[in-house]
Write a protein that binds this ligand. Structure first.
Ligand code: GLU
Length: 505
């Protein structure tokens, strides 16, 4: 048998912002597809018009663009298996619904919501299945003629899947192994509704996976309960031979305690659960996003890749290419993965450390502009090189680095008390005079000259350096002193010293 081409799909329903768990699902599909030289499809499952949210589809596309997850075909990408939006595939589904009806694998049911409610009240643990379907209002009890008459009259109906009881269903899951379910626990699921002429999720999902030649269904654990029904649908259509392999990914769990990660956890603990900021068109509510919170997309990818999988050693930092090489679907964990957002911050910090300073400067310059500062890129790049090990986010560079761009106007009291001595003012003026004589204001040259002056005068190094820091920074923090003065330049350095001496007198 020739190997089947690997084809996977990410198939969100456009019901709102994309949850970070959905991003992880898409990422695993992407890694798997790339690893095998396969195709990744972007399908929109919008058959439930009640849950449709405008803007959600565009939001999802933009999210993946930001993250660098590329699709080979699908909505907005094109391809030979379209249309890729389920609402545009009505006619296709109708054919398959008809096939099931013609083969006796499905039937038409007219029960109204009220009738169903009554049955639920009257029959304990009511389920629409082999044990009850002959008590209901459907084509099996009414017969062909009456059914056709009702349809001709315009009565709305649904098509239900006829599930034979007591059959063993085997779901062979790459992550979970063999999951066996008895068909008697399933109900005769609604596959199609005449009211909107649309199939339900189950039918559309199976038909599309088949027609789009999907080889692997990689999705969240919440879909595992649907898998036995999906297996039965493949059987009913006679498609068992090309049924995709399933892989149900572990849940993302709350950072604290048990249970599924929710948006509320993010709000409560202060981290985003969406890739991009989301403006809910219905409620007007704005939810934070990883992009707007200052995360680098590479860091988010690396962080998510390890929520449910690891390379089998302690390696944590991996580029997307390494992830593609190392990822192993069969080694994903069955147990849920705790969403440790502090770890997410750590990843961002690491990616900032590894990122090119000039690229970070491009990101920091707009923030400087917001604070009214127009600094040359070379200076910003140098400052970032000196300071980036102190931050987890580009936006935090402002607080950490602002003294490079604005002179201090106040001086930290504690530092002043501890470091500014009787003779400090005089010594700082001497220092300013020494610096004044320098033509070469490089770090190395300043250091050489100043250290020699300190030694010649018999001053204590700390007695000079600590007040010097206070004059330039305004507090007792910061990198190496001559790094600071070299970046500030001769004029600014001397001006800051003289101003501080005035103020601290
Ligand atoms: N439309 C489903 C969702 O929103 C797809 C589930 C699946 O991948 O089969 O996640």
């Amino acid at each position: 048998m020739t190997e089947r081409k690997i084809r996977v799909r990410f198939a969100p329903s456009p019901t709102g912002a994309l949850h970070i768990g959905g991003v992880r699902t898409a990422l695993y599909n992407y890694l798997f597809a790339r690893q095998h030289g396969g195709d990744m499809i972007f399908r929109i499952e919008d058959t439930d018009s009640n849950r449709f949210v405008p803007g959600a589809e565009e939001y999802i596309i933009e999210s993946f663009k930001w993250l660098g997850i590329k699709f080979d075909e699908g909505v907005s990408f094109g391809g030979n298996y379209g249309p890729y939006r389920q609402s545009e595939r009505r006619e296709i589904y109708k054919q398959y619904v008809k096939q099931l009806l013609d083969n006796g694998k499905a039937y038409i049911a007219f029960d109204t919501p009220q009738e169903l409610e009554e049955k639920r009240k009257g029959i304990p643990n009511f389920q629409y299945d082999a044990s009850t379907r002959m008590l209901m209002n459907n084509s099996l009890t009414l017969g062909k003629e009456q059914t056709e008459a009702l349809i001709a009259e315009g009565k709305q109906y649904v098509v239900r899947f006829l599930i034979e009881p007591n059959e063993e269903i085997l779901v062979n899951d790459i992550i979970r192994g063999e999951v066996r379910v008895n068909s008697s626990v399933l109900d005769d699921k609604v596959l199609y509704k005449s009211a909107d002429e649309l199939p339900t999720y189950h039918l559309a999902n199976i038909v599309d996976d088949h027609l789009m030649e999907v080889s692997h269904v990689i999705r969240g654990e919440e879909w595992l309960p649907s898998a036995p029904l999906h297996v039965l649908l493949y059987r009913a259509f006679g498609w068992e031979g090309t049924m995709p392999r399933f892989a149900h990914l572990p849940l993302l769990l709350k950072p604290d305690g048990n249970g599924k990660l929710s948006k509320r956890d993010g709000d409560r603990l202060g981290f985003p659960v969406f890739p991009l900021e989301w403006h809910d068109p219905k409620t007007g509510e704005i939810s934070s996003g990883y992009r707007e919170s200052g995360y680098l997309p590479e860091a988010v990818i690396n962080f998510l890749a390890l929520l449910g999988w690891n390379p089998g050693n302690n390696q944590e930092l991996m580029t997307i290419d390494e992830l593609i090489k190392l990822f192993d679907l069969s080694h994903c964990s069955k147990a849920g993965a705790k969403f440790d957002f502090e770890k997410g911050k750590w990843f961002n910090h690491e990616y900032i450390l590894h990122k090119d300073n000039a690229e970070l400067a491009e990101m920091f310059i707009p923030i400087l502009k917001e604070h009214g500062i127009d600094a040359p890129k070379e200076k910003v790049t140098t400052v970032i090189g000196l300071m980036k090990d102190r931050v987890s986010f580009v936006k935090d560079l402002w607080e950490t680095c602002k003294f490079f761009f604005v002179a201090p106007t106040a001086y930290d009291e504690k530092t002043k008390k501890k470091r500014w001595k009787e003779c400090s003012g005089q010594q700082m003026l001497e220092l300013a005079d020494i610096l004044e004589t320098l033509d070469d204001f490089s770090l190395e040259h300043q250091e050489e000259v100043v250290m020699k002056w300190i030694a010649d005068k018999g001053y204590g190094v700390g007695d000079i350096m600590n007040p010097f820091r206070l004059t330039l920074v305004g507090e007792g923090k910061g990198p190496h002193m001559f790094d600071i003065s070299a970046v500030l330049g001769k004029e600014e350095t001397i001006a800051r010293i003289r101003r501080a001496v005035e103020v601290l007198k």
